[in-house]
Design a protein around this ligand. Sequence first.
Ligand code: HEM
Length: 280
Amino acid sequence: MCPHSEEPAAWHDASLDFSKDMSYSDYLALDQLLAAQHPLSPEHNEMLFIIQHQTSELWMKLMLHELRAARDHIGQSLLGPSFKMLARVSRIMDQLVQAWTVLATMTPPEYTAMRPYLGKSSGFQSYQYREIEFILGNKNAAMLSPHAHHPERLAHVQKALETPSLYEGAIQLLARKGLAISAERLNRDPTKGTEYDPSVEAAWLQVYRDPTHYWDLYELGEKLVDLEDSFRQWRFRHVTTVERIIGFKRGTGGTDGVSYLRKMLDVVLFPELWRLRTNL
Ligand code: HEM
């Protein structure tokens, strides 16, 4: 009803009565989502800090949803759907690269004012981020420790450590398609991070030297390079934004901050796919 008349309100034939139907806010659980921001400081800028992290975590949730499904499809040699999923993950990453420009509006004094309220919490302890690293093959059992106090999260990240990565799946697929991968590489401990292997590079080289013959594997290789390219840019924008805001101060997570993050720029997720470009 309009507040000043007996006539029911109307607007362009839109549905306006949700007393019996599911509305947009109901479907999206907006009351819960929008009640999950709890600034601890009196600082105006803390809301930006919280929302930037929370939205990143939401996008990470979708990335994991796509990456797990892509890994399963590659395991079943169903490359078409996996390409769609990998492309989506790369575009999400690109969007998160852009998102750093919003956080970069936070100045050093603004961050410093709320820094004491953050305690030891840091993105370093993001269990979704760790699972993304693990599913992409950057495995490190030491990264389980921040979750030791929370058995459910620990079990989740531990499982991600123990499950063969998406790249392992791609290497197994190369072997199934008749390309020669050493037995040692095929039987590698899945909890260990990816390391360069000459038989894998030789297999990818064979694919890249004859794309027409190996089109699906060639496309898979390029989708993976696309993804790592976007991920590298995310890491780079993170470290640059961090340096801009806190310089070379230690991180809330305890590392030496920018120096630690710069070392992470050297991580190579799919080493053979990068190396082959020199040797092609
Ligand atoms: C003012 C904003 C930020 C600052 C000053 C900052 C600072 C840092 C620092 C210093 C580290 C190293 C670990 C430590 O000692 O704490 C780190 C790690 C990390 N941060 Fe940020 N960060 C910021 C924003 C963000 C945002 C918005 C995200 C998005 C989720 C994020 C995600 C991460 C992740 C995932 C790591 C772990 C990286 C790895 O281990 O390779 N950070 N951050």
